[in-house]
Design a protein around this ligand. Structure first.
Ligand code: CO8
Length: 257
């Protein structure tokens, strides 16, 4: 399928989506949303794909929602169409998604990175929620996901002042899992994605579901949910194979990959 705002490819068992609106620093407009949903749906339907990497350009992962598209909008219209709500679908991807972030990840760009399961950042990455400087507030989850990721103090600091934080501060704050040299970014994200794709698919998807549930529920309910998923994995061939391979000191050959 031909995309206007994305480059979509498959490398081995990894799906790669590159945001491709260089003239607007990858600003997220309605076409990006539509195409990203299509790309994710295609990767979900493709049995060979075990993990997805989402990236931008060296200069910008994404510099936010498209301000030029939003500028003329009126309250009644965006309320009636529930503007932005389509991004929830992107956040609900069932296969693991790694954000590989270089350059600006601002506003909706930072929010899109946070919809991924984890973020690997280049040393050049800059994160921020500058919506306040435009007379609005984060609208794609920033006030909620950033606060859960970095805590109230840092989230309030970033959201109320609109300042950017660099990759080192983002790693210190728990927003990103690793920081690497710019030239290593894609290799590092790919290595992580390939590792994930080589593992048993049901256990990978359930691990993602269990960790994601930690953001939604109480500790007691979360522990029960985790335990039930853990129990259910004993119904898979891959649990038998994974544990047998350990005991027999060999590599597992998983069925569900
Ligand atoms: N929207 C539209 N166009 C953009 C955006 C954007 N968010 N960011 C950059 N561009 C365009 C610029 O207008 C410029 O285009 P042109 O050459 O035609 O003038 C081009 O990209 C290059 O940008 P700059 O010349 O500004 O590049 P600089 O290196 O000087 O500056 C910055 C880079 C600092 C990143 C600067 O571009 C900037 O501040 N951008 C806006 C950042 C921002 O405020 N983001 C938040 C947007 S609001 C938001 O995300 C709300 C989320 C909830 C709604 C979700 C709906 C989908």
């Amino acid at each position: 399928m031909a995309y206007e705002t994305l480059i979509v490819e498959t490398r081995g068992n990894v799906g790669l989506v590159t945001l491709n609106r260089p003239q607007a620093l990858n600003a997220l407009n309605s076409t990006v949303l539509k195409e990203l949903k299509e790309a994710y749906a295609a990767f979900h339907a493709d049995e060979t794909v075990g993990a997805i990497v989402l990236t931008g350009s060296e200069r910008a992962f994404a510099a936010g929602a498209d301000i030029k598209e939003m500028q003329p909008l009126e309250f009644a219209d965006i309320y009636k169409s529930d503007f932005i709500s389509g991004w929830d679908e992107v956040a609900k991807a069932r296969k693991p998604v790694i954000a590989a972030v270089s350059g600006f990840a601002l506003g909706g760009g930072c929010e899109l990175a946070m919809m991924c399961d984890f973020i690997i950042a280049s040393e050049t990455a800059k994160f921020g929620q500058p919506e306040i400087t435009l007379g609005v507030i984060p609208g794609m989850g920033g006030s909620q996901r950033l606060t859960r990721a970095v805590g109230k103090a840092k989230a309030m600091d970033l959201i109320l002042t609109g300042r950017m934080m660099d990759a080192a501060e983002a790693e210190r704050s728990g927003l990103v899992s690793r920081v690497v040299a710019p030239e290593r970014l894609l290799d590092e994200a790919f290595a992580a994605a390939e590792k994930i794709a080589s593992l048993s698919r049901p256990s990978v998807m359930m691990a993602k579901e269990a960790v994601s549930r930690a953001f939604e529920t109480t500790l007691e309910e979360g522990l029960r949910f985790e335990r039930r998923l853990f129990h259910s994995l004993f119904a898979t061939e891959d649990q038998k194979e994974g544990m047998a391979a350990f005991v027999e000191k060999r590599k597992p050959a998983f069925t569900h990959r």
